[in-house]
Structures are given as C-alpha cells and as structure tokens.
Design a protein around this ligand. Structure first.
Ligand SMILES: Cc1cc2nc3c(=O)[nH]c(=O)nc-3n(C[C@H](O)[C@H](O)[C@H](O)COP(=O)(O)OP(=O)(O)OC[C@H]3O[C@@H](n4cnc5c(N)ncnc54)[C@H](O)[C@@H]3O)c2cc1C
Length: 461
C-alpha cells in the first residue's frame, strides 16, 4: 500500500459557493481537520473590476477576472438570488434525491440568513394568481422559493463566512492549480509554488474553470459528456411593466413553447430595478444583470434574460464553442455587448446612438447600438421575438418599441462529469461539485452540493 504523507486531509480547489460551503461544513463538524482552499483569484476585499464607467468603460480582459474569480466565485457580485427548487438551477436531485436536495438548499439558506442575510425576503411562486394568468396565455411559471439577498447583502454574507472560516481553513489566493494528479492514496495539485497534497480533493472551479476541468478529467480518465448551451438576450424595460410580477415573486421563471418551432424559451435571472452588466468568460464578453437590495441603488428599469437551449447530438460535442462563436460575433461587431431597441429589431434595422438616446428607456449598460439579427441565429431570434409578444399579454408594454435587448447572453454549461450519488468521481476520493460538475447552475445548488460532498467525507472519517 502506498503510504505517502499528505499535507492536508482535504484540498478544495475553487472558493466559489461550492468550495465555501464544503469548507464550512467540514470545518464546522471536524475542527481538527486540515483543510486547504486554493483559489486563483483574490480575497473578497481585493476583488475589483476596473470598469468605472469613466476611464474604463468596457471590459479590458484582465488575466484574472475579478467578477468571476476570487473568494465568493462567480456569485460574489451577483444578485444573490438563492432559489430553493428542483425545477431549475441544476439537477442535484438526480444524484441525491428530491427531498434531500431541497433540505440541503434550506440548510444553505439558514446559514446565509445567520451570516448577515436576516431581514431579506423569501419569495414564493406557489399558488399565485400570476400562475393562472401565465397559463391562460401559454406561459408556464415554475415553482420556487427565492431568497433575494441582493448584491450588497450577498457581499456581507460572504464577508462574514470568510471571517469565520479563515481561522479554521487555510486559504491560498492568487494560486491557480495547473494540474491534479494521483499522489499515494490521495491527490497532488500542481501550482506555481509547488505541489499541495491531500487525502481527499473537492474540485469546485465553476464555469470559468470548465476548460481546465476537461483537462483534469482527461488526465485522470474520468468520463465527460457535453451537449448544451443557452443563447439569448437580456431584456431591459421600465420597472413598472413587470412590477405586478416582481413585487409579488421577485424572480419569475417563465417558460414558453414557441408556435413556429416548438422551441422552449425561458426567462432567466430577473432583476427588478437592476442594472445590466458585462460578463467576461475566458476573454469573451457577454451580458448579465444584477440588482441591489438597497433602495438607494435602485434604477428605473427591470432586466431579465430570454434564453433558448440548444442541445446537440453526436458527432458535435463542442456546444460551448458554438455559444462562444456567437458571442464573438457580437464582440466583433460591437467591441463587446450590442444593444438594440425591440422596435428596430422587428423593423429589420440597426439601432443607432441617436435612436437609443431618443428612446424612453435609458440603458443601464453602455453597450454598442447595433443589429442583433446579424449575430443571433434566426431560429433563436424568432423564438425570442415570439416570447416577447407572449409576455406582452401578461405584462403589457413588454413588446414596446423602446424595450432594449442586449446581446449576447450565453449560458455556458460545463460538460457533465461522471459522478456517483456521493458526487464522487470514478477516481476514489476525488469529488467534483458545483457548476464545473455540470450538475448545478446556480448559487443554491452549487452551495448545496458542497455541503453534500463534505458530509460524505465526514462520514468516512
Ligand atoms: C454576474 C452573475 C450573476 C449571477 N447571479 C446569480 C443569481 O442571482 N442566482 C444564482 O443562483 N446564480 C447566479 N449566478 C450563477 C452563480 O454565480 C454560479 O452558479 C455559482 O457561483 C457557481 O458556484 P461554483 O462554486 O460552482 O463556481 P464559481 O462560483 O464559478 O467558483 C469557482 C471558483 O474557482 C476558481 N477557479 C477556477 N479554476 C481554478 C483553478 N484552476 N485553480 C484555482 N481556482 C480556480 C475561480 O476563480 C472561482 O472563484 C450568477 C453568475 C454571474 C456571473
């Protein structure tokens, strides 16, 4: 038997929600456990995107993106919407069971509430009149409870979690793990400062680590599958138009099946009184959005994404490459994100600086006016236009000429990594959790998967 001594009991790669909640659960239940968290980004208080709207107006493609990387992961400056549901946000329930998945998400919610989130609102979509109104118009409202922390409180919760963890867990920031290899009965993570070894390894590198994750799986002979990407636009309109939905539900996840192609189009990441932002994934600039809990930071607009899922079949495997190519087209035409008035899109003309300036909706992101029909495939764009008209039936004004569409919003999915019911790979003691596993796509699911993997490790001690 190989008895090489390891530096740590558990090594966690990535300090996003998955990694943080693994570290929290392990260190809370076994204070003697030696745990190391390695993160390529910076500590929370050192994360700063250089875009200030004055000197730096758009993404300058920093080598390490402060929006996506560092303590808190991709979720640190997000809207902090923790959805408690099995209907979207991931398929954790397929591994751990439906009730267990919900219980884990509720547990994560309790921790967030006890670390600064008390006083934030928990919304619910169940049994609302809105659900009926949607059904009457061919729209389907998905069931969920949503804890909205808001960008500001989300930051406070992360700050409190870090302050609690830093004495129990060793954090190594600004340290990218280059490779993971077997080391005795455990694993060695190769970094510029040398190897870090541990008996168990939890990988939680998120979406930004998807390419790296592919390399690890190939090195360790772990099977992966990849076939999905979501493509669409971010819609921005006066907050009043969606107020009856957002006041009651905050976030409504609505699905629509198009008449033309029977494709599914869905709303995603709704931000009442929010702002539209750039997102940089591996140097490609796409669009996203968030909003603040603090009323002083509210804008006059609400934004949300409209997305169409593209599933590919063999022999094509590079669904993310397909999404990247579409996003690159918008970056080529606009130097980043494009914005277009809905009225211009349906009239087949580009938006210009003047048309945007004269619009009754003031954009919250300085994007380049252009023509999204030159970027987004026709079938996807037709679906989005059809859904905008369908939403106009439940929220009149959605299909107004001045409604702004930003493109491209792309949701890249990690390939599915082959993991078992404990979230462990075929390589014993190596767990893959959060968004990089392909199993989760949200804060609550990623965090819950972290707790679950940690509990499995604790059970074995
Ligand atoms: C702008 C924005 C808004 C969002 N809003 C919401 C929301 O409101 N609600 C919601 O549910 N979801 C939201 N999401 C999605 C959510 O943030 C993710 O689902 C979640 O963060 C996934 O957690 P994770 O731990 O799996 O990965 P991540 O949060 O991506 O964390 C992974 C970490 O691993 C690090 N890493 C990567 N590679 C390496 C390496 N080789 N070595 C060391 N470290 C590495 C990264 O730097 C990163 O910090 C949003 C995402 C963005 C970008």
């Amino acid at each position: 038997m190989d008895t090489k001594k390891c530096d740590y009991d558990v090594l966690i790669i990535g300090a996003g929600p998955g990694g943080i909640f693994s570290a929290y659960e392990l260190s809370k239940n076994d204070p003697d456990m030696k745990i190391c968290v390695v993160e390529l980004g910076r500590p929370l208080d050192k994360r700063k995107c250089p875009i200030d709207g004055k000197k730096v107006k758009s993404c300058i493609k920093c080598p390490v993106c402060s929006i996506m990387s560092g303590f808190g992961g991709a979720g640190a400056f997000s809207d902090g919407k923790y959805n408690i549901t099995n209907q979207f946000g991931g398929t954790l329930y397929e591994h751990v069971g439906k009730q267990e998945a919900i219980d884990l998400m509720k547990y994560v919610d309790e921790i967030n509430v006890s670390h600064g989130g008390a006083g934030t609102k928990l919304y619910s979509t169940a049994n609302t009149k809105i659900k009926t109104m949607c059904l009457e118009n061919g729209l389907h409202l998905l069931d969920a409870q949503v804890r909205h922390l808001g960008t500001d409180i989300n930051y406070v919760v992360l700050e409190n979690l870090y302050n609690e963890l830093k004495d129990r867990v060793e954090f190594r920031f600004n340290t990218a793990v280059e490779r993971v290899r077997h080391y005795g009965q455990g694993y060695a993570a190769e970094t510029k400062d040398g190897d870090i070894t541990a008996e168990k390894c939890i990988i939680s590198v998120g979406r930004s680590g998807s390419k790296w994750m592919e390399g690890v799986c190939s090195d360790l002979n772990i099977t992966t599958h990849s076939n999905r990407v979501d493509i669409g636009v971010r819609v921005e309109l006066p907050a009043e138009i969606f107020a009856h939905l957002t006041d009651e539900l905050y976030e409504s996840k609505i699905v629509y099946r198009t008449e033309k192609f029977e494709d599914m189009v869905r709303t995603f990441c709704m931000n009442p009184h929010g702002v539209v932002v750039n997102e940089n994934t591996n140097g490609i600039v796409t669009v996203n959005g968030h909003s603040y809990e603090d009323p002083a930071k509210h804008t006059a607009n609400t934004n949300f994404a409209l997305l169409v899922s593209k599933h590919f079949s063999e022999p094509f495997r590079d669904s993310n490459g397909y999404g990247e190519s579409i996003a690159r087209l918008s970056n080529m035409l606009g130097g980043g994100v494009l914005v277009q008035r809905f009225g211009d899109l349906v009239r087949g003309r580009r938006s210009t600086e003047t048309r945007i300036r004269e619009s009754f909706v003031t954009p919250t992101l300085a994007a380049t006016p252009g023509d999204l029909s030159l970027v987004i495939p026709k079938r996807i764009l037709d679906g989005i236009i059809e859904m905008i008209y369908a939403l106009d039936n439940i929220a009149p004004g959605t299909a107004n000429d001045d409604t702004l569409l930003y493109g491209v919003e792309v949701k890249f999915y990690n390939m599915d990594v082959e993991i078992d019911e404990n979230l462990e790979t075929t390589s014993p003691g190596l767990y893959v959790i959060g968004d990089c596993s392909g199993v989760t796509h949200s804060l609550s699911h990623a965090s819950a998967s972290g707790v679950y993997a940690a509990r499995h490790i604790l059970e074995q001690r």
